[in-house]
Design a protein around this ligand. Structure first.
Ligand SMILES: Cc1ncc(COP(=O)(O)O)c(C=O)c1O
Length: 425
């Protein structure tokens, strides 16, 4: 017999409160992070989430297979000791300077939790989405933050700076950069301070930031994506050092893409007591699926993060795979060379087709396409089974971000671009 209403009968009884009323207002209002699409369409060329086009080293597969034995019923090492030892040797520091996480995303969340005081305002004045000030209206608590809520984020920050505990709630980052940062700030009940990069995505100098008056050198936590995402722009260790030097709060240098760059700033995490460097096995080491990242920095900061993580935050197979990766670095270094070579070719060929291509130190390029808006290009390419990324955010809305795939995938992308330009001209 056909059902009049196929909705299941569970959860339909009217109680005194709706289920939503159980949820903290902060969580109800939260704008969740939107990860890149992981489509199930067959034959799609996926150039949208900066995954590595090459598989892990054969020895890594072997190590994972060998570890899928009766060990699976046991908990993994809670502090990833062996992996921290190997990483310490690799980075010339001590295991106490390293924490491993369930991807670097988890570690960014832990840093936010450890360093950022929730503001007394129940609805923080944050600018979710990595854009500039996106204040939302709300009710509740009359306090200095609340009064600032309807102003731009930076004005909110200035309001806090005038309060008795300056900047303890401020999470600061450049825009555009990784759009997870404002979400983490919001979850923590902190206050985002998004400050624009230069139009070419270069880093403002300390002097420019001081003169601009929006950057908060006492922010509880500052995130710098280096090289930058989504632009791909690289920053010199010298300019990052000058920026770190000027700060009093914690600084996280998010080096998710640094293996594809000319320089890295690991030395700053080991030199400055307030600087942490975030790395991941996801991008350069082809291990997105297993979720392994790590932070390097002063032992006191690392110890604080160790206190607040989940007991078994890094799964056993992830630890095994990361260890095997470190034992096979020449394989990966060869892949970095191939990806960089393909990146330069793609940049050249897109430029010849009329794209404005920004210089990249990562495994993706940001490019402004000709003829149609970037959102339209996204759809046109999708129609030809090629998926790239488009961010509807200030500063990058007219661009596409294209992950470097295999040479064959990039050939297919370029062919699709040529056809789109020809067909529509
Ligand atoms: C700038 C940046 N940081 C961190 C991450 C997180 O990487 P994972 O959690 O896979 O280590 C990403 C992923 O896209 C990223 O783009």
């Amino acid at each position: 017999m056909p059902l009049a209403n196929s909705e299941p009968k569970v959860h339909r009884r009217k109680g005194r409160h709706s289920a939503g009323a159980l949820i903290r207002p902060l969580v109800r209002r939260l704008h969740a992070y939107v990860p890149g699409e992981q489509p199930k369409i067959r034959g799609l060329i996926k150039l949208n989430t900066n995954e590595n086009p090459f598989p892990p080293a054969p020895r890594v597969f072997e190590a994972i297979r060998a570890a899928t034995d009766e060990r699976l019923r046991r908990y993994p090492n809670p502090t990833a000791d062996l992996l921290r030892e190997k990483l310490a040797r690799f980075h010339h520091c001590r295991p106490e300077n390293i924490i491993v996480g369930n991807g670097s995303d988890e570690l960014l969340a832990l840093a936010t939790r450890a360093f950022v005081e929730p503001s007394i305002d129940p609805a923080p004045a944050s600018a979710a989405g990595g854009g500039e000030g996106a204040p939302r209206a709300g009710a509740e608590a009359p306090n200095i933050l609340l009064r600032a809520r309807n102003a731009r984020s930076s004005a909110s920050v200035r309001a806090i700076q005038g309060a008795s505990r300056p900047s303890r709630s401020v999470v600061q980052f450049f825009t555009p950069s990784y759009s997870l940062y404002p979400v983490l700030a919001e979850i923590q009940g902190g206050v985002s301070n998004p400050v624009p990069l230069h139009a070419d995505f270069s880093l403002p100098s300390v002097g420019e930031l001081r003169r601009g008056g929006r950057w908060d050198f006492r922010a509880a936590l500052t995130y710098v994506t280096a090289p930058n995402a989504p632009s791909g722009r690289g920053y010199s260790t010298r300019e990052l050092d000058a920026l770190c030097h000027a700060h009093r709060g914690a600084v996280v240098l998010d080096e998710a893409y640094v293996d594809f760059a000319d320089e890295n700033a690991m030395a700053l995490g080991l030199r400055h007591r307030h600087v942490l460097v975030a790395r991941t096995f996801s991008k350069a080491y082809s291990l997105c699926f297993l979720r392994v990242g790590y932070l390097v920095g002063h032992a006191d900061l690392i110890a604080a993060l160790q206190k607040i993580r989940d007991s078994y935050n890094v799964n056993g197979l992830g630890q095994v795979a990361a260890l095997a990766t470190l034992a096979n670095l020449p394989y990966y270094r060869n892949n970095f060379r191939r990806i960089r070579a393909t990146r330069e070719r793609l940049s050249r060929e897109l430029a010849a087709l009329g794209f404005r291509v920004y210089p990249s130190q990562t495994n993706f390029v940001l490019a402004r396409p000709p003829e149609w808006p970037a959102g339209a290009w996204l759809e046109k390419l999708r129609g030809r089974k090629i998926l790239v990324r488009w961010f509807d955010l200030p500063g990058v809305r007219d661009c596409l971000r294209i992950t470097i795939g295999t040479d064959g995938e990039i050939d297919a992308l370029l062919e699709a671009v040529r056809r789109i330009l020809r067909v529509n001209r």
